[in-house]
Design a protein around this ligand. Structure first.
Ligand code: AMP
Length: 426
């Protein structure tokens, strides 16, 4: 079984393939197929891939292989993985433990917001792999607790998010102390100019790998928009959440306060939920995330920053209660569902005041969001007139739904499609 696995054909040793097979992976995802050979061939690589594509294994598996093949004495850190959030760092650590359980590779994880002591202890066990958020890593470097002078492989994960969160100067500082002779791998869901310039500074003759065109969304996610005013969206959300099809939902709000308020309002309506955001303690966030992961908690409310790297399978619905401020963020948000080939639904609420945000999103993903025909909007505020101008005939909502959506003024390539092909775009 192990010998016949396509992961063996990619050049991974039996100990790693065994772990991968035990994880239930039968075939490599496209990003794994494309990135693995470059990593094994010691080449730098830029990979444009969103979460949910299997990108973590795309770098962890071949790096485990390279560490095992080098078979050097334990001691220094040889692999450094930089990542923007603690959740993501923790999840990468879990993946390393899972994939590396038969190779004996050791790893440590460091991130801010918690006491440093346990991280120091983990570092004292001579890990070969360090997963780190830039701020805490710099602190530890300044205190002389971490030495990176023998790093051979550097991974910059979720680089666009590190850019958004202002980590690029820290990343550059960290990289300046690493050996020049090393392999660097950069992963990013989108490739804004800041990430491209980071790549130029950090990588040498990189292989470029894209699994879906930049800034597009996975085809397994059914995306739709509901034109609903701010005043009506909570009532609509409550209706959606009572649908038994909603097995596990993550709801995005624009602000921490909005997240708290929504959790309270849902609770009053008898819908149990947990909110995670930057003001919650690490313990509270872990608790909420674990309850969500185990299925004990069906509804999670999150802000963008807190949601980074949430790696929970089986999220059936992503609901944008508030539209995100940047279109890239939309791609990140809805990437929480439809992971690794599963299907998922992303529903975005759009108030008339958010129309320009919607247009920017549709431009980035090069797709016109279908107006959700099945939303139970009837009775919310049927008589309202402050909605956006009418959509063209072919996109007009079914009886009982509010009219919405202009096409006027859009570039020719942006004219709406019929609903049947509204998810493909040429
Ligand atoms: P990632 O994009 O790294 O966040 O991975 C998304 C999800 O895909 C995780 O739950 C992984 O466990 C899963 N995954 C990664 N590679 C494979 C594979 N080859 N087959 C099936 N699932 C996978």
């Amino acid at each position: 079984m192990i010998a016949a696995s396509p992961f063996t054909a990619l050049g991974l040793r039996p100990e790693i393939v065994r772990a991968v097979v035990e994880e239930g992976y039968t075939i490599p995802t496209p990003i794994q197929e494309k990135v693995l050979s470059h990593v094994l061939a010691a080449r730098d690589a830029i990979a444009c891939a969103q979460t949910g594509t299997g990108k973590t294994a795309a770098f962890v598996l071949p790096l485990l292989e390279r560490l095992a093949a080098a078979n050097k004495p334990r001691g220094p850190i040889r692999v450094l993985i930089l990542t923007p959030t603690r959740e993501l760092a923790t999840q990468i650590g879990e993946r390393i433990a899972a994939y590396g359980r038969y190779t004996g590779a050791r790893h440590a994880i460091v991130f801010g917001g918690v006491n440093q002591r346990r991280q120091e202890q983990a570092l004292s066990y001579a890990p070969e792999i360090l997963v780190a958020c830039p701020g805490r890593l710099l602190d530890l470097m300044h205190q002389g607790i971490v030495r990176l002078n023998q790093v051979e492989h550097l991974v910059l994960d979720e680089s666009d998010r590190m850019l958004d969160m202002g980590f690029v100067p820290d990343v550059r500082r960290i990289c300046s102390v690493l050996p020049k002779q090393r392999q660097t791998l950069l992963f990013s869901a989108t490739m804004p100019p800041g990430v491209a310039s980071l790549a130029r500074a950090m990588l040498t003759d990189p292989a470029e790998v894209t699994v879906t065109p930049p800034a597009t969304t996975a085809p397994t996610i059914e995306q739709s928009v509901v034109f609903v005013s701010k005043a009506d969206r909570r009532a609509l959300l409550e209706r959606i959440l009572t649908d038994s099809k909603v097995l596990r939902a993550i709801i995005f709000t624009a602000t921490k306060r909005g997240a708290n308020r929504l959790a309270e309002q849902l609770s009053r309506a008898g819908i149990d939920s947990a909110a995670i955001h930057g003001d919650k303690s690490q313990n509270a966030r872990d608790r909420a995330l674990n309850a969500f992961r185990s299925g004990e908690q069906r509804v999670l409310i999150a802000t963008d920053v807190a949601s980074r790297g949430i790696d929970v399978d089986g999220i059936s619905h992503v609901i944008n209660f508030d539209l995100p401020n940047t279109p890239e963020c939309y791609v990140h948000r809805i990437g929480r569902t439809g992971r690794a080939g599963a299907t998922g639904e992303a529903i975005s609420f759009c108030d008339p005041s958010e129309r320009s945000l919607l247009t920017q999103i549709e431009r980035l993903i090069r797709q016109r969001l279908a107006v959700n025909q099945s939303m139970p909007t009837a009775g919310l505020a049927e008589a309202r007139t402050d909605v956006a101008p009418e959509r063209p005939r072919e996109q007009r909502p079914a009886h009982g739904q509010r009219p919405n959506g202009p096409s006027q003024g859009r570039p020719a390539h942006f004219q709406p499609r019929k609903r049947s092909d509204s998810r493909s775009y040429s």
